[in-house]
Ligand binder design. Structure first.
Ligand code: HPA
Length: 249
């Protein structure tokens, strides 16, 4: 059985229920990952956990070394990756804070991030298919696990990856909505694309922590986000516990 990787986002810098076995500092040709890899047992399986923003949540979305993170996870032997992402809700069915979404599409609005392993230093020009950006098999497992855990989860949705670290303007959110996006976050890209380049089976659990800019009265309330992050991540922990035994291979 291969190791299953979990990338924690905002509100999930550690997996409390992970029975820790070891930590490993992995070096990569792209520099340092966000943190040492944390190995442990969860749901009868070896899991490697990596907090995307660092162990103390200090690395902002645009400064994350996504290439080092994905390379390091592949290096540990992981072939499947569950990513956890906090998001704002855009379209009507995605506005409730605390909702879980398993996205099936993504649009990249980020810029200036090291976004590929196939740059000009690479031996030859390489393109990868990204028609279905997420691993369908792993998405199904996550949805199945949500059902078994009695958690409501929206089974599809288009994730807009924005640059941050500021939130969007109301007009920017309207533009994303016209583009067909349902939720918005700052970390989905280039992570999802890099996972595809290394042929990892990658899926995301997105947790709605606020209505996106202009979708509720007034400004985005950071205190509210904190509260919804806490509740949402408690659900994510439950979801992961149910999902892990269902992951094949
Ligand atoms: N926009 C972008 N990223 C986010 C948001 C948002 O409203 N909420 C949580 N991450």
């Amino acid at each position: 059985m291969t190791t299953l990787a979990i990338i924690g986002g905002s509100g999930l810098t550690a997996l409390k229920n992970l029975q820790l076995t070891r930590r490993e500092v992995v070096r990569t040709p792209y520099g340092e990952p966000s943190a040492p890899m944390v190995f442990g047992q969860l749901g009868g399986r070896e899991v490697v956990f990596l907090p995307r923003h660092g162990p103390s949540h200090t690395i902002p979305p645009h400064d994350i070394n996504y290439r080092a993170n994905i390379w390091a996870l592949k290096q540990t032997g992981a072939r499947k990756v569950v990513a956890v992402n906090a998001v704002g809700g855009i379209s009507p069915a995605y506005l409730d804070p605390g909702s879980l979404v398993i996205p099936d599409q993504i649009v990249d609005y980020t810029w200036g991030r090291a976004h590929t392993f196939f740059g000009s230093e690479h031996k030859q020009v390489t393109h990868v298919d990204f028609t279905e950006p997420y691993c369908e098999e792993l998405r199904r497992v996550l949805l199945d696990a949500a059902g078994r855990a009695g958690l409501a989860a929206v089974g599809r949705g288009t994730y807009a990856a924005t640059q941050g670290p500021r939130f969007e303007s109301a007009a920017e959110i309207l533009r994303l909505e016209r583009d067909g996006c349902d939720v918005v976050g700052m970390t989905g890209m280039p992570e999802t694309g890099l996972a595809r380049e290394l042929e990892l089976c990658y899926a995301s659990v997105a947790v709605v922590v606020n209505p996106a800019a202009g979708k509720a009265k007034g400004a985005i309330d950071l205190k509210d986000i904190e509260r919804h992050l806490e509740n949402g991540m408690a659900k994510v922990r439950t979801l992961l516990e149910h999902a892990i035994p269902l992951v094949a291979g």
